[in-house]
Design a protein around this ligand. Structure first.
Ligand code: AMP
Ligand code: MG
Length: 478
C-alpha cells in the first residue's frame, strides 16, 4: 500500500473535547529525511519501497495530511520526580490518528495547548536517540513504541546550544499514560476517568469488554505488564532515566525515550540522567519506582475499583517481577530447569560483575560460548578473582543441565545480544548526522533490528566501552 492509500481513524476524538485539543503542526524550515524504517512501514501495511522521501518528509513536517487524519494533542498529568503536576499533556507531540492498530504521533512538531513554556520542538540529537532506541528495544523483544521515520531541518532550536529542529513519527498501540488517569482523578472528574478507562479497555484490552470487574482486571493487567517490562529492562541493563508517571504507558510498553542508557560496566546504582541528583531513577531503583508509579495509578483508579482489591493487585507486583527476572536470567545463563539456589547464583553474578568492573553486554555474549575455557571471559574483568570464583559456581550449576553445551550455546546466542546501542555509539551517529551524514543512523537502525546477528564491519560496537566513555550521564534537555 502507498501512503496516499492509507486511511486513518481517530477514535480518541470520540471522547469529550476535554480529553484533547485539536492543534496543527508548525512546519520546520528546509526539512530533509534522515531515515525511514521499513519495519515500521510494514506495521502500517505500507510497502517501504513505495514510500518516497518527498512524501515522507511532507507527512512528518505536517505539510500533507493523510486521509481521515485529524491533528490533536492529548492531555495528561503526572508525578515528576515525586511531585504532582496537574497539567502536562502533549506539549510537543501531535497525533495524526490510527491505522492497523497503531496510533501515529509526530514529536517535535510545534506548540500545542499543553506546551507551557516549551517551544514544542525536539532536537536532532534526542530524536535520533528515540528513533533508534525504540527500534533497538523492539529488536530485543521488549515492548515499546516504534518509529517510522525522522527528519532534520534548518530550524534553529535553543537548548544549551543552538541545535537543529527535528521530528520523529512514532507509533504506539496506545499513548495513554498513568498520568492520563491522574489528570482526571486529581481534577475530581470521575465521570471522565471512567470514560478514559472504558476507552483504554476498548482499544487495548478488548477481551475485558463485558467482563465482570473490567477495571480491576485492567489494573491487574497493567501491574503484570509493568512488572514484566521492568524485569526485561533490568535483564539487559536498560536505564530509562525519567520514570515519571507521565512517561509510564498504561499498556506496559516503553515510551518517551529521553536520557536513557544501556549500562556499560555493571554498576547497580548507575544514574544515567544528569538532573537525577539523588538517583530516584537509578538502575537498581527502577523496579521499586515501577511499584511506586503503580500506587499512583491505583489511587487515580480508586473511584472505579475497591481499595482492598487495588491493594491485592499491587501485592502481586513484586512476585511477578521476580518470577520474570528469574526466568530471564536463567535464559541468559543457559540454565535448563529452575533450581532453588538460582536466586543466589544470580545475586552473586551481579555482585561479581560490579566488583570485577565488567561490561555487561560483552560479558553475557562471551558467556554464550563458554565451554570451560576462561581466558576470553577473564579478559573482560578488571580483577580475575571474583570472576573465577563465580565461574566455579557456574560450572557446578551447569553440570545439572540436561542439554548439551552446543545446545546451550545456540540458545544463549539468541538470548544475549551482541549489540546494544550504548550511548557512545549513539553519539557517533548523532555527531555525523549533525554534519548531514546519515549513514551511521541507518547502519545502526539495521543493527538495532538484529542485535543477535553478526555485523562484521561494526565489531567495535560489540567491545567493552572505552573507560573514558563508560557510564556517562546524559542531559535531560531534548
Ligand atoms: P518529558 O520529560 O519529555 O517526558 O516531558 C514532560 C512534559 O513536558 C510533557 O508534557 C512534554 O510534552 C513537555 N515538554 C517537554 N519538552 C517540551 C518542549 N520543548 N516544548 C513543549 N513541551 C515540552
Ligand atoms: Mg514524556
Amino acid at each position: 500500500m502507498k501512503l496516499s492509500d492509507l486511511t486513518l481513524t481517530t477514535p480518541y476524538l470520540e471522547l469529550d473535547p476535554i480529553f484533547y485539543h485539536e492543534s496543527a503542526p508548525t512546519s520546520l524550515k528546509n526539512p530533509r529525511l534522515v531515515s525511514l524504517n521499513p519495519a515500521a512501514a510494514e506495521l502500517l501495511g505500507l510497502a517501504p519501497e513505495e514510500l518516497s522521501s518527498a512524501e515522507t518528509v511532507a507527512l512528518l513536517n505536517g505539510q500533507s495530511q493523510l486521509n481521515g487524519s485529524r491533528f490533536y494533542a492529548m492531555c495528561y498529568a503526572g508525578h515528576q520526580f515525586g511531585h504532582y503536576v496537574p497539567r502536562l499533556g502533549d506539549g510537543r507531540a501531535i497525533n495524526l490518528g490510527k491505522a492497523n492498530g497503531w496510533n501515529l504521533q509526530l514529536k517535535g512538531s510545534g506548540q500545542t495547548l499543553y506546551s507551557r513554556q516549551g517551544d514544542g520542538r525536539a532536537v536532532l540529537r534526542s530524536s535520533i536517540r528515540e528513533y533508534l532506541m525504540s527500534e533497538a528495544m523492539d529488536g530485543l523483544g521488549i515492548a515499546t513504541s516504534r518509529a517510522l521515520a525522522i527528519i532534520t531541518s534548518d530550524e534553529k532550536v535553543a537548548r544549551e546550544r543552538w541545535e537543529k529542529g527535528s521530528i520523529v513519527l512514532r507509533l504506539a498501540p496506545s499513548w495513554i499514560r498513568f498520568g492520563s488517569f491522574e489528570y482526571f482523578f486529581h481534577a475530581n472528574r470521575h465521570a471522565e476517568l471512567e470514560k478514559l478507562a472504558d476507552f483504554l479497555i476498548r482499544e487495548s484490552f478488548p477481551e475485558l469488554v463485558g467482563a465482570e470487574e473490567p477495571y480491576l482486571k485492567m489494573f491487574a493487567e497493567i501491574v503484570r505488564r509493568t512488572a514484566e517490562l521492568i524485569a526485561q529492562w533490568q535483564s539487559v541493563g536498560f536505564n530509562h532515566g525519567v520514570m515519571n508517571t507521565d512517561n509510564m504507558s498504561a499498556i506496559g510498553i516503553t515510551i518517551d525515550y529521553g536520557p536513557f542508557a544501556f549500562m556499560d560496566t555493571f554498576e547497580s546504582g548507575y544514574i544515567c540522567n544528569h538532573t537525577d541528583t539523588y538517583g530516584r531513577y537509578s538502575y537498581d531503583s527502577q523496579p521499586g519506582i515501577g511499584l511506586w508509579n503503580l500506587q499512583r495509578l491505583a489511587l487515580a483508579l480508586s473511584p472505579l475499583i475497591p481499595q482492598d482489591k487495588l491493594e491485592a493487585e499491587l501485592e502481586r507486583y513484586a512476585p511477578c517481577f521476580t518470577t520474570k527476572l528469574l526466568e530471564l536470567l536463567r535464559a541468559k545463563l543457559g540454565l535448563d530447569e529452575a533450581q532453588e539456589s538460582d536466586g543466589d547464583l544470580f545475586r552473586s553474578l551481579f555482585a561479581m560483575m560490579e566488583n570485577a568492573q565488567i561490561d555487561m553486554t560483552p560479558f553475557f555474549r562471551t558467556l554464550s560460548r563458554y565451554d570451560g575455557k576462561r581466558s576470553a571471559l577473564l579478559s573482560l574483568a578488571l580483577s580475575p578473582d571474583p570472576l573465577n570464583a563465580w565461574l566455579d559456581r557456574y560450572d557446578a550449576r551447569l553440570s545439572l543441565n540436561t542439554s548439551s553445551t552446543d545446545e546451550r550455546h545456540v540458545r544463549m546466542l539468541r538470548t544475549n545480544p551482541k549489540y546494544v546501542l550504548k550511548n557512545h555509539i549513539l553519539q557517533e551517529a548523532i555527531t555525523r548526522a549533525e554534519n548531514e551524514d546519515f549513514t551511521l543512523v541507518n547502519d545502526l537502525l539495521r543493527i538495532a533490528r538484529d542485535p543477535y546477528g553478526e555485523h562484521e564491519s561494526f565489531e567495535r560496537y560489540a567491545l567493552p566501552t572505552p573507560p573514558s566513555l563508560n557510564n556517562l550521564k546524559l542531559s535531560c534537555s531534548s
